[in-house]
Design a protein around this ligand. Structure first.
Ligand code: ZN
Ligand code: ZN
Length: 1076
């Protein structure tokens, strides 16, 4: 983690020419600098003999040092500046002011912590010294979202960041926990060491000062940059942070330096340790325009210019609009911000000019996007003479019942989503007749969003829609869609819409600014000892983000999970407030699922209006919600897929301005794989988007809905495919005339039985009950899904929202309410297993076999059946890098039923692996991941990911898991994907085996067995083990060379796996043959 925002070192040797450059350096980045090496110290000791110190340097240092050392030796005393000052003044018999300390800080920027910290964080001293649970009855601070209110009370801290800790603690600068008590001997040593370091720094300064200059004056000048700023005071008096002169001001967006210049600056800063391991530059591209034939009418031309400033159309816009005018259906797949909305808007205006009764339907994946686009079209229509009266509306779950009728009866353009089409529009098609009969154009934006399970549902909704339109006599609707760059856009559109012929437009005519791509690998903790690992990606990413924001760069940081998102926000909050940069902190927000709609809309508005300088987001923002101009994207860890990587990177940069995208690599295997093979990130094709239109459970569900909309006949197979007759016959009700009707058990609303995005989970409400919060009383902070709540809401746990910490006081599992109080605490909590027991159970157990299938060429079998997913959290730890405390929890077990497929690992290979000390759990984990990597819908399946602490721990595990490759449907998603994996098990196994066998990597990589969404980051991994398992299941002979000299480390191979036993089958199961 980064240091608590020390202003960066103004190195003595550069002092000699104290120029503008030095001031630019003083922007303050994380700089956990290594202590000087012994050899260097010796050299400066020698130099000391020749350098005569001015008297000035002698006074302060020793006394200060003495006091600090004594402070460190006690347990309870926080080294706040007032405490230190009174002691030092007593010794020195003269006043000690801030500037003196700032001079020390300028000399030893990495060693001294001198900055403001929220007062509440100091409470950790009091609590941990009592050696029991941290005190949760902390005085709650005032309120929520508004940081300047919440962080009112700050304390100036003066501390040394060196020594007294183990070597692993080099990144705990935030830690205000008291150091262990020291013996007098150790205290003496500590003082000596600090004196030595101070002396060396003074020497360096003196040597670097040219004769014409005065070292004291130079130091005093440098110290001005290090005088801490009280965030409480600045928040009240100078919201823009102007009191420190020009250097501290964030440049206006228009005035910011170029990205290239900023990268060069960063490379010259102290904290830069060659983290940039790859840099690619994509040059600016000129826009290509073309004339439209026939040209636009004058009013439309005028409207485009007046509302959007558009005078010319880019080539891809012209091709798309032209093709639509010729009656073709169109897909446009071009970069973000290439002006895709014009492609829907212009044809809509044209249709409306021709025919006042014309209607249009625009479908977006999220409500926010639909809102966004509605505003844009409204503006355009308002500027178009003759069309000002046209009414448009969003129609989604938030649309009030009383407004719906007017929308159906009068509105010309409707903005909606597929969920509404499915549950509200299609079931009431009789109420929508006017709209459907006059419908000219249907636009589906962000088409790449609809793939896998959700895409399969959407494709069937689209078929129901087209069937209903045809039935009301409208067969002339034009379909248009846009997507990010995907591998086969035309094919995907044909599949989703059920169309035969689609015009595909991929040539991008929009201009784009220059773009820099960086891969940023956190530096090793210790260059000599790689076993200490690397600095945290979170600290690096937030440090980089601060560096960019200070230079006026608008940044979005993407985090993979909500928790990281909040931790990153918390870190930024701490570091920026310690630096006194409330001006920046007030312009940073986090954004993720779970926030109330009100909060989310506010953040979107602030971002769009350019009020925000930084956003920390989960990929909820990956979609194209227009949040205005962003200059830089930081990805904290490799996102789930290469497609996501490109999507997220695409969020930075618009037209004229240069932009930056940075991948800050985690230490996970998959991240480090891309660090080593950056080409793959830029050049590798993305996976094809997949749909499954022949999944019987999904198809049946939509046939029930379709039959309810209007009865089905066998001929409807033109819409729903070759399985239509069979499923209708088996699952629907046939009348005498041969029409099929919905099965009565789904009445009255069959659509309610089908959830396109999976079942909405029940949620816990998180309520802020801070006692003295003015608006805090009973304020709902957010809602948390049940499956997360078990891990995030437990008594004593720390819950983070907008980077602010709350302590959970009480959880009611009956009413699903968690009460929290706002408290600035300096620790986080995580559910964990206590040593020696398996407390955090997360099992997926097969309980009943429904189907059995042969595996081609093998006597092994694949199974499909019912499973239980079982989670229980038993224990929580309170940690601050180290465990402070562990408390028993009393949370109810959470059990869900789901379906899944499994394959048992043959006994001989189990014995072989045990014999060679190959970790069987790792082998199984890698084999399942290799399988999922080769299965097109693998992203919709889960497996039992192996946890490193559990698999690699030394003591004997009490709980043994069966030796079995397991894949299961995500509970509540209504999947049937596992059944698909079961049907194709032989092919997928063979592909997986071939991929692992032929892969040239040593120990596993993203091409063979690292699964991008592995919950445990692919840490527990064995390529060799995976290969052995796959070969033995397929009965492929194992080459003796493969294992001839392989013997694992018996300690690491601690086995937590036992041979699997048969799972009870339902009566009458017959073994199905392998698919040919
Ligand atoms: Zn590999
Ligand atoms: Zn995994």
């Amino acid at each position: 983690m980064s240091s608590a925002g020390q202003a960066s070192k103004v190195p003595p040797r550069k002092r000699a020419k104290s120029t503008k450059k030095d001031k630019e350096d003083a922007t303050g980045e994380p700089a956990p600098k290594k202590p000087r090496t012994a050899s260097k110290r010796k050299k400066t000791d020698a130099a000391k003999q020749q350098v005569v110190w001015p008297e000035y340097f002698n006074d302060v240092s020793d006394a200060l040092n003495t006091v600090l050392a004594f402070c460190s030796s006690r347990k309870h005393l926080a080294t706040t500046f007032p405490v230190v000052r009174s002691s030092v003044e007593a010794l020195l018999k003269q006043p000690l002011d801030l500037s003196k300390v700032a001079e020390l800080k300028a000399l030893l920027p990495d060693t001294i912590k001198f900055g403001y910290t929220p007062r509440d964080q100091l409470l950790i001293h009091a609590s941990s010294s009592r050696e029991k649970s941290p005190d949760f009855s902390l005085s709650p601070s005032s309120s929520r979202l508004n940081p300047s209110e919440a962080e009112e009370d700050h304390v100036l801290i003066l501390d040394f960041l060196d020594a007294t800790r183990g070597k692993k603690a080099t990144h705990t600068q935030h830690t205000l926990a008291p150091p262990p008590s020291l013996s007098p001997e150790a205290v003496k040593k500590l003082i000596e060491k600090r004196n030595e370091r101070f002396a060396a720094a003074v020497d360096e300064l003196l040597q670097a000062t040219p004769p014409s200059e005065d070292p004291v004056l130079l130091l005093q000048a440098a110290a001005r940059e290090h005088i801490p700023v009280n965030p409480s005071a600045t928040a009240k008096t100078a919201p823009d942070g102007k009191r420190k002169g020009k250097d501290r001001e964030v440049p206006r967006w228009e005035d910011r330096p170029s990205i290239d210049a900023i990268i060069t600056e960063i490379e010259h800063e102290e904290w830069y340790k060659n983290q940039i391991v790859e840099r690619r530059v994509f040059d600016a591209r000129q826009g290509q325009i073309a004339p439209l034939d026939p040209p636009l009418s004058d009013p439309i031309q005028h409207a485009l210019k007046a509302s959007r400033g558009i005078t010319d159309l880019y080539t891809h816009q012209v091709s798309a609009i032209g093709a639509l005018a010729k009656g073709r259906d169109v897909i446009v797949s071009t970069s973000t911000a290439s002006g895709k909305s014009v492609i829907y808007q212009v044809p809509i205006l044209r249709y409306l000019e021709e025919d006042g009764a014309a209607t249009a339907l625009l479908i977006y994946p999220t409500k926010a996007l639909a809102q966004d686009q509605k505003l844009a079209l409204e503006k355009l229509l308002g500027a178009c003479s003759g069309l000002e009266h046209v009414t448009i509306a969003t129609y989604d779950g938030d649309t009030p019942q009383e407004a719906r009728r007017a929308i159906r009866d009068t509105v010309s353009v409707v903005f909606t989503n597929f969920d509404m089409l499915h549950t509200s529009i299609l079931p009431h098609e009789d109420l929508w007749r006017r709209f459907l009969k006059n419908l000219k154009i249907v636009a589906v934006d962000e088409l790449h969003y609809y793939s896998a399970l959700f895409g399969s549902h959407v494709a069937l909704v689209m078929r129901r829609f087209r069937r209903v339109c045809a039935a009301v006599g409208n067969r002339r609707i034009r379909f248009v869609s846009c997507s990010a760059t995907i591998s086969k856009p035309g094919e995907h559109m044909r599949a989703i819409f059920g169309l035969d012929d689609v015009e595909e437009i991929t040539e991008d005519g929009a201009p784009s600014g220059r773009k820099d791509f960086l891969i940023w690998n956190p530096p090793p903790m210790d260059e000599v000892d790689p076993s200490l690992g690397r600095h945290s990606s979170l600290g690096e990413a937030t440090g980089l983000m601060r560096a960019l924001m200070k230079r006026g760069v608008r940044v979005i940081m993407f985090c993979k999970i909500r928790k990281t998102c909040e931790l990153a926000m918390k870190t930024l909050r701490q570091d920026l407030s310690a630096e006194g940069r409330m001006d920046i902190l007030n312009k940073v927000m986090s954004y993720r699922g779970g926030y109330s709609q009100e909060d989310r809309r506010k953040i979107e508005r602030d971002a769009f209006s350019g009020h925000l300088l930084g956003i920390v987001a989960t990929n909820a923002l990956e979609l194209g919600v227009d949040i205005g101009v962003l200059d830089a994207v930081i990805m904290l860890g490799f996102p789930i897929s290469i497609a996501s990587f490109r999507q997220q990177a695409g969020r930075a940069g618009r037209r004229a301005r240069d932009a930056l995208a940075v991948l800050v690599a985690d230490s996970l295997p998959i991240d480090q794989h891309y660090v080593a093979h950056p080409d793959e990130l830029f050049e590798k094709g993305v996976k094809d988007l997949v749909l499954d239109l022949e999944s019987k459970p999904i198809l049946e569900a939509h046939l029930q809905c379709a039959a309810h909309e209007m009865p089905l006949r066998g001929e409807d197979e033109v819409w729903f495919g070759r399985l239509t007759r069979e499923l209708c016959e088996a699952k629907l009700r046939r009348d005498q005339e041969g029409w099929y009707h919905v099965h009565p058990k789904y009445l009255p609303f069959p659509a309610k039985h089908v959830s396109l995005r999976g079942v909405e989970e029940e949620r816990y409400v998180v309520v802020d009950v801070s006692r003295d919060g003015r608006e805090g009383r009973g304020h709902v902070v957010e809602e948390v899904e049940v499956s997360r709540a078990l891990f995030e809401l437990y008594e004593g746990g720390v819950f983070i929202h907008q980077g602010l910490t709350f302590v959970v006081q009480e959880v009611s599992h009956d009413s699903k309410v968690a009460k929290v109080i706002r408290s600035d605490v300096n620790w986080i909590t995580e559910p964990r297993q206590p040593a020696g027991a398996d407390a955090l159970l997360r099992n997926i157990d097969a309980v009943q076999t429904y189907r059995i299938r042969e595996i081609r060429g093998s006597d092994q079998r694949a199974y499909f059946g019912r499973k239980f997913l079982f989670v229980q959290v038993l224990n929580a730890a309170y940690r601050n890098k180290k465990i402070l405390d562990a408390v028993d929890l009393d949370t109810p077990p959470w059990q869900r039923e789901t379906t899944g497929a499994w394959i048992d690992v043959p006994k001989p290979v189990l014995e072989l692996m045990q014999d060679r000390s190959i970790n069987v759990a790792a082998a199984i984990h890698s084999a399942t991941h290799a399988f999922l990597n080769r299965f097109a819908m693998g992203a919709d399946l889960r497996t039992e990911c192996k946890v490193p602490e559990k698999e690699y721990k030394v003591s004997e595990s009490a709980r043994k898991r069966p030796a079995r490759l397991v894949f299961y449907d995500i509970p509540g998603k209504g999947g049937a994907v596992a059944a698909k994996a079961f049907d194709h098990v032989s092919d997928v196994l063979r592909d997986a085996e071939a991929a692992v066998d032929s892969c040239e990597c040593e120990e596993g990589c993203a091409a063979c067995e690292y699964f991008p969404s592995c919950k445990e980051g692919n840490v527990v991994s064995s390529k060799l083990g995976a290969l052995l398992i796959l070969k033995s299941i397929l009965k492929i002979p194992i080459d003796a060379d493969l294992i001839s000299d392989h013997y694992g480390d018996p300690d690491e191979a601690h086995q937590t796996i036992v041979e699997a036993s048969q799972v009870r089958a339902v009566d009458g199961v017959e073994v199905e043959g392998a698919t040919p």
